[in-house]
Ligand binder design. Structure first.
Ligand code: ACM
Ligand code: ZN
Length: 700
């Protein structure tokens, strides 16, 4: 008793002096961080299961029934107050009069008498429920700190892309992800439904597509990057739509229209819009397998691009898009537009005839013509077209919204042109890239986008004007390497938390230390339900990348010349970052520490500034077998005193291990004894014709 009185007295004193005896979180322990949070004293309101709620809804506010149904199964444990006039612990005041603010905004006040939520509509009320759920889950006793919260989304578009083609993931899996996405207040799920490896949407107008191109040789799917040939299979008997089929050497699956309706409804109840993507004109091996007549005439070296000169192809896509637009209520339809090779179009008589007839000066304008036709069709149906940033090539069609994936440049250019943009740069938001040391991680499509890098992306950083055209952000999970549901979740979480926070929380409010702490806590809460990456055991970037090595290259200048890579200018590219004494980290994309030298003969000239004693020369290369990246086989170093006469340095040739691993870093070079001012490194792609990534050049 004495202890109790003492504790009580201490806590009253602490409250009086603005301190809490029992630690209250300083910030709001939720993801995404709320716009404003002010703790109101030291106490918390217990919210046990069975707590009552009451709704004051302004007449004409839509969505009451869906909200109540959601609330009943939300896990917050609220039950309606038994009768009119009865007191309730949680009161929702919903309608434009309750809160005049941005769509999705809400306020929460928690105090002695209970919880009061205000929102302009049920979207805001739904988001308030997400905040309350996370607050209750963050405490050991399902209690919510006395506080005032005001919150609203920064961007309307806060999305994820699921690639369901390279590996299919079923309906139940999608429902589970929609639950977590909605808890993160995400607003869009973009479904990548057609591609080279399959067609995953059953349509009345083209039933042959799922019958003949939604299944294939399981060996191909299980080793998709081994470049074994893709062999399609006819739909196996007894297949149940919306599930993954993996039996008798056949792999695949698709969604029926009913599956899609269920997904759309489930998502809508969670304020998530489903945007479908139908790839065009490239990424279409599955279509061309079923409809080989849609190929270009004559020779066609490229096997995934439709013939742009054939009206039957357009008629097919119009039919498909019409049915897709009927099925998906979203105002957007994604048409792909990425990575379409123009090689066949240059040779095909139909494509050439189309170019003549339409006055198109090159194949880029032909691509633009294709996309414009789709745009007109989609716009005529009252919807909006989204395309990947390649749709800029040859001229952007009028109503297009651009999804910027090759870095941010395409998005920035589109904003300048007055188009709406969604930022999904592969330099930050490609969730198929590894998130930790490649020596520890499962095989990934690229290295390395750790949580901190994903979190660091500021979508408005490079925008000078026209920011209102930035609709928001999206993380993309391509599934070439992601076969199982568990692995899919592992790649998504917690990196999707970072994207959710960037999309929702106010500009300038980021704090990685706070975010990471909240992410660790949320992963713990999700344990047993979702397979999150283990942040507690994050190894981090390559340790050698942060330690300066002894070198004699201070102030040295390095210039790289390429025999063919078009992004390297003829006068050479300054790569002095490759001689700064720091080895490259795990990241190759978006890093100055690795140079993509392509498949070309490459020379790097280094000027040390004066004649120096040299005892060692070496150069690092990535050997990333899986992605066709490898070390060159004929690497040579030369020394020169005057930059004119060069002598070959007697260092051993790089020996490649024939037993190549998924990922390794190899070093060419060795010890020497020489005096020189100039060092030249030359290499060429070896017999394997790998793309070469050059890292640090070490001279000491
Ligand atoms: C893409 O990654 N090709 C959009
Ligand atoms: Zn053609």
């Amino acid at each position: 008793m004495r202890n109790f009185i003492l504790t009580l007295a201490m806590s009253v004193m602490a409250c009086t002096f603005g301190l809490c005896a029992f630690a209250q979180p300083e910030g709001c322990p939720v993801i995404p961080q709320v716009s404003s949070y002010s703790p109101q004293g030291c106490q918390s309101l217990p919210l046990p299961a069975g707590s009552t709620y009451k709704l004051d809804v302004q007449k004409g506010t839509e969505g009451l029934q869906v909200f109540e149904e959601y609330l009943a199964e939300s896990g917050l444990g609220l039950v309606p107050a038994p009768r009119k006039g009865a007191k309730a612990l949680v009161r929702f005041k919903v309608g434009p009069k309750a809160l005049k603010a941005k769509d999705g905004a809400y306020t929460i006040e928690v105090g002695r008498k209970g919880v009061v939520v205000t929102a302009g509509g049920f979207k805001g009320a739904f988001y308030a429920v997400q905040t309350l759920k996370q607050l209750a889950a963050a405490s050991s006793d399902r209690s919510i700190p006395y506080c005032k919260i005001q919150d609203e989304p920064r961007f309307a578009y806060r999305g994820l892309l699921f690639d369901l083609v390279r590996h299919f993931h079923g309906k139940e899996f999608i429902f589970r992800q929609l639950d977590l996405m909605s808890s993160l207040k995400m607003s869009v799920l973009h479904l990548h439904l057609t591609d080279n490896e399959g067609w995953r949407l059953e349509l009345d107008c083209a039933p042959e597509m799922t019958r003949e191109a939604a299944f294939g040789d399981s060996l191909f799917f299980h080793t998709i990057l081994s470049r074994s040939p893709l062999r399609f299979a006819t739909e196996p008997e007894g297949y149940v739509s919306g599930t993954v089929y993996d039996r008798n050497s056949v792999y695949g699956g698709y969604f029926s229209k009913q599956d899609i309706r269920e997904i759309i409804d489930y998502a809508a109840a969670r304020h998530i819009e489903i945007i479908p993507e139908i790839e065009f004109p490239g990424h279409n091996k599955a279509l061309l397998h079923v409809h080989p007549e849609f190929f270009c005439r004559g020779e066609h070296g490229v096997d995934n691009v439709i013939c742009a000169g054939d009206d039957a192809v357009f008629d097919f896509f119009f039919k498909v898009l019409e049915e897709v637009m009927d099925l998906f209520p979203s105002q957007y339809l994604h048409i792909g537009g990425d990575e379409a090779s123009k090689a066949n179009w240059l040779k095909c008589s139909h494509c050439q005839e189309r170019m003549r007839a339409e006055g198109l000066k090159d194949v880029y304008e032909l691509q633009s013509y294709c996309i414009r036709r789709m745009d007109s069709f989609i716009s005529a149906h009252g919807k909006k077209m989204i395309g990947w940033d390649e749709i800029l090539e040859g001229g952007l069609s009028e109503n297009a919204t651009v999804m910027s994936w090759r870095g941010t440049e395409g998005g920035l250019e589109s904003i300048k042109k007055g188009h709406d943009v969604i930022m999904t740069p592969n330099t930050y938001y490609y969730l198929d890239y590894g998130q930790d040391s490649p020596f520890k991680e499962p095989v990934a499509f690229n290295t390395y986008l750790p949580l901190e890098r994903v979190y660091s992306y500021e979508p408005e950083a490079e925008i000078e004007s026209g920011a209102s055209h930035l609709l928001g952000v999206q993380g993309n999970l391509w599934s070439e390497c992601v076969i199982t549901d568990g692995h899919f979740e592992y790649m998504l979480y917690p990196r999707a938390f970072a994207i959710a926070e960037t999309g929702w929380s106010p500009k300038g409010s980021k704090d990685y230390a706070s975010f990471r702490e909240r992410a660790v806590a949320l992963c713990k809460q999700l344990k047993g339900q979702y397979n999150c990456f283990d942040l507690d055991n994050e190894a981090g970037d390559r340790p050698e990348a942060s330690v300066k090595r002894p070198c004699i290259t201070q102030n040295a200048k390095a210039v790289l010349y390429s025999a063919g890579k078009s992004s390297i200018p003829a006068e050479g590219k300054d790569v002095s970052g490759l001689v700064d004494g720091y080895l490259g980290g795990w990241a190759m994309k978006g890093s100055d520490d690795w140079i993509d030298a392509g498949r070309y003969a490459t020379t790097v000239d280094i000027d040390l500034g004066e004649i120096k004693d040299i005892h060692y020369v070496g150069a690092e290369f990535v050997d990333y077998n899986l992605r066709g990246m490898g070390a060159p086989q004929d690497t040579e170093f030369y020394f020169s005193a005057d930059g004119v006469q060069y002598e070959l340095a007697p260092v051993p040739q790089l020996k490649l291990n024939s037993d190549r691993k998924y990922y390794s870093i190899v070093t060419a070079g060795g010890t020497v004894e020489a005096k020189a001012r100039y060092v030249r490194l030359r290499f060429n792609t070896g017999k394997a014709k790998n793309r070469v990534y050059l890292g640090e050049i070490i001279i000491n």
